[in-house]
Design a protein. Structure first.
Length: 216
């Protein structure tokens, strides 16, 4: 029975099978056993559109868990990300003024691109009893002409793109790392699909490990 809240929360988030997987995670023994009710979301990504789409998807799914959140896109000016050094005091001020109790960050660690060759295949035409060419198989050429029309699918090259992302959750009061994980995404279909899969997989893992809770 104690797992029912987690299972209920999982059903809220579940969709189709995602292309993102968590490859490893760590949870601090100092995590808040009650979870976190107000989270500041910051995707540390140069591209503004990507940052907004990813952050907004997390915000939408956290709302389904009755967890309030705001994004860096809402609270921080775009010019903030142009600086080579993060203004920690500016971040601290945003956190303290808005009463967030946790900070969720994510950043791209690595991107791997690789070409793969997919070999061609042979597709045989089915033999139809009594169909055209059936009686012609009595000769070598009749047999050859009847069976040769195989459809040859040529080989081709595909480009695989793999993204490794680090996700961290910090306690806003102590500024200590509470939870950390790495994810791997292979060949995302689109930015929107990636954001949806990514946020779902991350939040499922956080619920599973008791870092977040679904509030009724």
């Amino acid at each position: 029975m104690k797992n029912l809240p987690y299972l209920f929360a999982l059903l809220i988030l579940l969709g189709c099978a995602p292309s993102t997987k968590i490859t490893g995670s760590w949870t601090s023994p100092d995590k808040n056993p009650e979870g976190y009710r107000s989270i500041f979301i910051a995707a540390v990504i140069d591209n503004m559109q990507t940052r907004q789409v990813v952050e907004n998807d997390f915000k939408k799914k956290l709302a389904k868990l009755n967890i309030s959140s705001e994004t860096s896109s809402e609270r921080i000016k775009p010019t903030f990300w142009e600086s080579k050094e993060i203004d920690k005091e500016a971040i601290r001020e945003i956190i303290s003024q808005n009463g967030f109790d946790a900070i969720l960050t994510m950043t791209l660690l690595e991107k791997h691109s690789e070409e793969r060759y997919i070999p061609g295949t042979m597709v045989y035409n089915p033999m139809v009893l009594g169909g055209w060419g059936w009686g012609r198989r009595g000769t070598y050429w009749g047999y050859w002409v009847y069976h040769y029309p195989m459809m040859a699918s040529p080989g081709y090259i595909v480009n695989d793109n793999e993204y490794i992302i680090e996700i961290n959750l910090y306690d806003a009061k102590t500024e200590l790392l509470i939870w950390s994980a790495q994810s791997k995404t292979l060949n995302p279909d689109s930015l929107e699909k990636f954001a949806s899969d990514f946020s779902t997989v991350v939040l499922e893992k956080m619920l599973e490990e008791g870092v977040l809770k679904q509030y009724l």
